[in-house]
Design a protein around this ligand. Structure first.
Ligand code: MG
Ligand code: MG
Length: 318
């Protein structure tokens, strides 16, 4: 049973995680697809939200990582749970809104959804991009303190709309469980590392030990290695994000995922005010409002239906 104090601190960490996602996205987008050397050459150390990048963003503008998360979150709030059909429709609406960027796997499988109405993409060992993991935060918030099998089913339903792949599922679930650990007040680094060990036990490719992962691609394994290294090798929100985005590669997405984790770990007060101020105000408000609503939806459900309800219905109808 949640106590009032737990709820407010979990809520604060949830808000910080959502802002961290948007800040990491906005910060990293400037250097997306650059190598660490190119970043050094152009910026020295990239540490300010300044826009630009290959997308020619305005300072504080976010990309698909954040806007897809908000779309997933809206569908969860709308349906009271993760429902594959509702997530697919929300992402399809998002695609129609002409987003600044969109991943190839996302586009291909949303176009297939339009054609077939089936919200579950076909299983593919090639669809191991980071596109499902980068938008999974709303699932973590809405399914906080729910049975792990419900959480895992919700993670799969959300992810499979575009990425039906074991490595994508495993990475997404690990991100969700880590965010939830942190929301629950777990700060012990060894306990957090156990989540990574559990992942590596089943999927050894994710092992973050060894060489520093620079220039991580959109392959979810490389993305998560960079995120885990930055998350465990730094001691503040700011350091973690600066570390991860200066690795270059898919920097908006490593920034977004590291931002979720570091936000949940260090809380709101650790987010540098220059970054908060730089973030597009509309996005900042949307993240805060949605984070609170998602945590509240979980709390309400937790009281009314403690266990045993099916939280995932593979609904491909209307
Ligand atoms: Mg992006
Ligand atoms: Mg990206």
């Amino acid at each position: 049973m949640l106590r009032a104090g737990d709820v407010s601190s979990a809520e604060e960490r949830a808000v910080a995680a959502y802002l961290g996602l948007a800040i990491g996205d906005a910060l990293g987008a400037t250097v997306e697809f650059l190598t660490p050397n190119e970043i050094r050459h152009q910026y020295g150390r990239h540490e300010d939200i300044r826009g630009g990048g290959w997308l020619k963003l305005k300072a504080g503008q976010v990309t698909d990582d954040t806007t897809m998360s908000l779309a997933v979150g809206r569908s969860i709030l709308d349906r009271g749970r993760v429902e594959a059909g509702a997530v697919a429709r929300a992402l399809d609406d998002w695609m129609r809104s002409k987003p600044v960027d969109i991943g190839n796997t996302v586009r291909r499988n949303l176009i297939a959804f339009r054609r077939t109405g089936n919200p579950e993409a076909p299983a593919s060992e090639h669809d191991a991009g980071n596109g499902a993991a980068m938008r999974v935060l709303p699932v973590a918030l809405a399914y906080f303190r729910r049975p792990e099998e419900d959480i895992a089913a919700a993670v799969r339903a959300q992810g499979h709309v575009t990425h039906h792949n074991d490595q994508s599922d495993a990475a997404s679930l690990t991100v969700v469980l880590l965010v939830q650990d942190l929301m629950g007040g777990i700060t012990d680094v060894e306990m957090l590392r156990e989540r990574i060990q559990a992942l590596v036990y089943v999927h050894p490719a994710f092992d973050p030990r060894g060489k520093r992962r620079e220039n991580p691609s959109g392959y979810v394994v490389e993305t998560m290695q960079a995120v885990f290294q930055a998350f465990f090798d730094t001691n503040s929100f700011e350091e973690c994000l600066i570390d991860v985005v200066n690795r270059g590669g898919d920097a908006d997405t490593t920034g977004a995922i590291a931002g979720m984790l570091a936000g949940a770990r260090y809380g709101l007060s650790a987010i540098p005010s220059r970054w908060l101020k730089a973030l597009e105000p509309r996005v900042c408000e949307a993240c805060k409002t949605q984070a609170r609503a998602l945590v509240a939806s979980d709390y309400a459900q937790g009281l009314s239906s403690p266990r045993g309800n099916s939280t995932y219905k593979n609904d491909s109808s209307g």
